[in-house]
Design a protein around this ligand. Structure first.
Ligand code: MN
Length: 287
């Protein structure tokens, strides 16, 4: 199942080229604050699923291309992320002028966090802040969405705790400065276009990940090339901090990172999960 947030906090299920409105069926108030409706849908999915399925034939729907897709979980309890998690990316960072603490791998470093306020959906734009002389990069990643929380989840049980997956771009300011801050500017974490549930994706090991800038393929890898695999990410994170429904873990990126500048268009495709294309703009243009 592909579950989306759209048009101001509504919850929908994507079926082919249409989106079915299940907002009332899942009991979400689109204008609630804080916007934690999707967190509750994920936490209660076991009991909601049959009602959602039953509604798909009769609930109102509209063409997907006409709606404004928002990031599916705008208020996660945690937005966790893997640093260097593909060997070829760690090597390219070590060799780059931007080599700082970023160059060590996830197996040595563990995870870091991004501000959840950096989350945006596929219909929004990445806004490059006014920081003269600084370089901003795209990082193609898979978002793993936690369904059943817990502490100390063993890797061999991790898939039972995963609700689904989404595309994620970990936008990063390179160079000096605390990693958490460099990756936490508003709009620096597009996640979407929806959540594809884990049962539909299947085992994540062979998922093909690609990212293009202005139509040029910049990044490409298979998920099983990760140093710390998706199951092990869940185990590592939950050995430190209790995972909750709706928590997001960013997988880390492969080699091929490169600059994003205002005027670019960046596109990411995660096989069996989804695809999204975003504009890149400047803060001045966005005002
Ligand atoms: Mn990253």
């Amino acid at each position: 199942m592909k579950i989306a947030r759209y048009n101001g906090g509504n919850i929908g299920v994507v079926v082919g080229d249409r989106i079915v409105d299940v907002t009332r069926i899942v009991g979400v108030d689109p204008v609630e604050w804080p916007p934690i409706g999707m967190n509750r849908v994920i936490a209660n999915f076991g009991s909601l699923r049959s009602a959602i399925n039953a509604a798909l034939a009769s609930a109102p729907s509209e063409p997907l291309e006409g709606v404004h897709l928002e990031t599916p979980i705008p208020w996660p309890h945690k937005l966790l992320a893997m640093p260097g998690n593909f060997a070829a990316h760690s090597a390219e960072m070590k060799a780059s002028p931007f080599s700082v603490g970023d160059s060590k791998g996830a197996d040595e470093q563990g995870f870091f966090m991004k501000s959840p306020a950096s989350l945006i959906g596929s219909a929004e734009a990445i806004i490059i802040p006014d920081r003269p002389g600084r370089t901003f990069h795209h990082e193609c990643e898979i978002a793993t969405i936690i369904g059943i929380g817990g502490n100390d989840i063993p890797a061999e049980l991790a898939l039972d705790h995963i609700f689904g997956y989404a595309c994620l771009i970990d936008v990063t300011m390179r160079g000096a400065g605390e990693r958490v801050m460099r990756k936490s500017f508003d709009t620096f974490c597009p996640v979407g276009p929806w959540i594809t549930t884990a049962d539909e994706v299947g085992p994540p090991d062979d998922i093909d990940m690609r990212l293009w800038v202005n139509g040029e393929l910049r990044q490409h890898a298979i998920a099983n090339e990760m140093v710390v695999g998706i199951r092990e990410q869940v185990a590592m994170c939950s050995s430190v901090t209790r995972l909750e429904p709706g928590d997001i873990i960013a997988s880390g990126t492969m080699s091929g990172v490169g600059p994003l500048v205002p005027g670019d268009t960046v596109e990411i495709t995660i096989a069996r999960v989804g695809s999204m294309k975003l504009a890149v703009t400047s803060r001045v243009a966005a005002r």
